[in-house]
Design a protein. Structure first.
Length: 61
């Protein structure tokens, strides 16, 4: 059987790329912190999910 892998960029990655291109071409005058906010949101969600998983594992023991 041939497994197809779903790859590519996610929503937050595409949004970050759009913001970076817009910043570089002068379309937006945001600070770089705002441009990279989607990356920070993704990292924050990942950390939050890991914390919840650790707490759930500790409670179930």
């Amino acid at each position: 059987m041939n497994k197809e892998k779903s790859g590519g960029l996610g929503f937050l990655s595409i949004l970050t790329l759009i913001f970076v291109v817009a910043k570089l071409f002068g379309v937006i005058a945001w600070s770089w912190w705002l441009v990279f906010t989607p990356v920070l949101i993704g990292a924050g969600l990942t950390v939050l999910i890991l914390i919840i998983a650790v707490i759930a594992a500790a409670v179930s023991d």
